[in-house]
Ligand binder design. Structure first.
Ligand code: HEC
Length: 157
């Protein structure tokens, strides 16, 4: 019992100390999606789905919940965001090569169809991010249209 009490106190101290180590927030100034929207031209419904279900992890701007302030949750969220952005960042769309854009859209279609995205850990707390079949179809249609347009242009570099 004595040991348990000591461990609890240690855990509490560790928790308090953790709060002083803040992580940088994923926040962009200005229009962080302009190039992506202008180029891929998502219909309103798709734009809405991207906003509610994808952009928190795949753009330079995250809408943070209040508990994002609390360590270690803040570390865990930052890790997901870094990882998600590393794979696909719509805010950096204009810096992607044509080949990369095409590949990312191919992945997007696959991930959304298989319901791998958004991540389960995200939909546990963001119930509005669970995609309906209609949302999935609209997103896949949009991505396929964009890929078709890409393939009409020059050969991917
Ligand atoms: C909670 C954060 C989070 C959300 C929300 C999220 N993703 Fe992801 N996404 C990730 C992470 C982390 C990875 C990389 C690891 C993996 O594949 O599981 C990833 C990977 C991907 C990839 C794979 C990229 C590649 O080249 O392999 C695609 C495509 C993708 N996400 C699309 C989406 C779409 C579309 C949505 C919205 C419907 C979405 N994601 C929502 C975190 C997220």
């Amino acid at each position: 019992m004595k040991i348990l009490k000591k461990l609890l106190i240690l855990a509490l101290i560790a928790f308090v100390v953790m709060q002083f180590f803040r992580v940088d927030k994923n926040r962009a100034e200005g229009d962080y999606l302009a190039a992506f929207v202008a180029e891929t031209n998502p219909p309103d419904e798709v734009m809405q789905t991207l906003k509610t279900a994808c952009l928190d992890c795949h753009s330079n701007n995250t809408r943070y919940p209040w508990y994002a302030e609390v360590a270690p949750i803040s570390y865990w969220l930052a890790d997901h965001i870094d990882h998600g952005k590393g794979e696909l960042n719509f805010s950096e769309w204009d810096s992607y090569s044509k080949r990369r854009k095409d590949h990312k859209m191919e992945e997007l279609i696959e991930e959304v169809k298989k319901k791998h995205m958004p991540l389960d850990s995200y939909t546990w707390v963001h119930k509005d991010a669970v995609l309906s079949d209609a949302q999935i179809t609209a997103m896949v249609d949009w991505a396929e249209r964009y890929r078709a347009l890409l393939s009409l242009g020059d050969r991917p570099q």
